[in-house]
Write a protein that binds this ligand. Structure first.
Ligand code: IPM
Ligand code: MG
Length: 361
């Protein structure tokens, strides 16, 4: 059956990096005769300018019908003062919520050749390989009630951090199962010393541990995890956390690798539909200069092939090609120590060249 791929470049460097991923995808489709239907649509500030909404209805309809969505990035300072509903970020939050993409997988791994780009000492981050499993459709991001009260004094604003048992179980299940496929260690992170919702989270995750006797479960408080990620990141294999804490911790983890331009992510629902996006943002300061690193987007395509498009072998080929690309010394500006960095549009052709030389492709 035809697999539907929706490409949403968004804003800033989202446009350039999705173009690179599309080149790699086109190569694989032609080479392996893949039955994929590929569609392009606008989201974010770009969609707001053209269609009056950061997430137009027809995009949402198409997204719901798609197997995999490749999402570039959204946002730029010029849209920061728009009403809440028109801000570019609403595209991201709306797609996550409407498609129920509750499981956000954010791998943070170090290409040892790039260790010098990390702000952390090499001996601490060597061989770093962490997977953060972040809950993405609940918690304080979406909890009700929420709002701003400005008709009484003092004015105030409030949000609600809320999780029900089912929401905790389904994300913890993804995390336990991910740990089973990796090094069998899971650290669940919350603030059980302060928040009822966290205490509840901890009790549910603890209760589930009996179903995964091969996984070593630990619990940490989020502030401690922030510190541990910097002091001794290699103690972690899989980390599971709520929407807000996962957001914060995944930025720390990505930064450890020194190359946020290399890291992909996947957001999945229970029917393997997924949205795939680089961990970096829209980087308006370097947009349209042909210098952004498209590897995170290409690696996100690899995740899409694995989790939503039934092409695990091709996914592995892309991951291997990226490793070869790095070990061959190819560098874009963000990870280069010299002046002669590759331009964005030079990366996909090199990856394709490596894929061609790999006998399986
Ligand atoms: C992320 C981003 C988003 C989030 C923003 C852009 C809404 O920081 O994907 O980590 O907070 O989830
Ligand atoms: Mg974030």
């Amino acid at each position: 059956m035809t697999k539907k791929v929706l490409i949403l470049p968004g804003d800033g460097i989202g446009q350039e990096v999705t173009a690179s991923a599309k080149e790699v995808l086109d190569y694989l489709v032609a080479k392996h005769n893949l039955d994929f239907a590929i569609t392009y649509m606008d989201v974010g500030g770009t969609a707001y300018e053209k269609h009056g909404s950061p997430l137009p209805d027809d995009v949402l309809v198409e997204a719901k019908k798609s197997d995999a969505i490749l999402f570039g990035a959204v946002g730029a300072p010029k849209w920061d003062n728009l009403d809440w509903d028109n801000r570019p970020e609403q595209a991201l939050l709306g797609l996550r919520k409407e498609l129920e993409l509750f499981a956000n997988l954010r791998p943070a791994f170090l290409f040892n050749e790039l260790a010098s780009a990390s702000p952390i000492k090499n001996n601490i981050i060597e061989n770093l390989d962490i997977l953060i499993v972040r809950e993405l459709t609940g918690g304080i991001y979406f909890g009700e009630p929420r709002g701003l009260v400005d008709d009484q004094s003092p004015h105030y604003a409030f949000n609600t951090m809320i999780y029900n048992e089912d929401e905790i179980r389904r994300i913890a299940k993804v995390a336990f199962e991910s740990a089973q496929k990796r090094n069998k260690k899971l650290c669940s992170v919350e603030k059980a010393n302060v928040l009822e919702v966290s205490k509840f989270w901890r009790s549910i995750v603890s209760d589930m541990a009996k179903d995964y006797p091969d996984v070593e479960l630990s619990h940490q408080l989020a502030d401690n995890t922030a510190m541990q990620l910097v002091l001794n990141p290699n103690q972690f294999d899989v980390i599971v956390s709520s929407n807000l804490f996962g957001d914060i911790l995944s930025d720390i983890a990505a930064t450890l690798t020194g190359s946020i331009g290399m890291l992909p992510s996947a957001s999945l629902n229970s029917s393997s539909q997924g949205m795939y996006e680089p961990c970096h943002g829209s980087a308006p300061d370097i947009a349209d200069q042909n210098i952004a690193n498209p590897i995170a987007m290409i690696a996100s395509l690899a995740m899409a092939l694995k989790y939503s498009l039934g092409e695990a072998k091709l996914s592995e080929s892309i991951d291997n090609a990226i490793k070869t690309f790095i070990s061959n010394g190819h560098r874009t500006k963000d990870i280069s120590t010299s002046d002669d960095a590759l331009n964005t549009n030079e990366v996909a052709p090199l990856i394709i060249e490596i894929l061609k030389n790999d006998s399986a492709n």
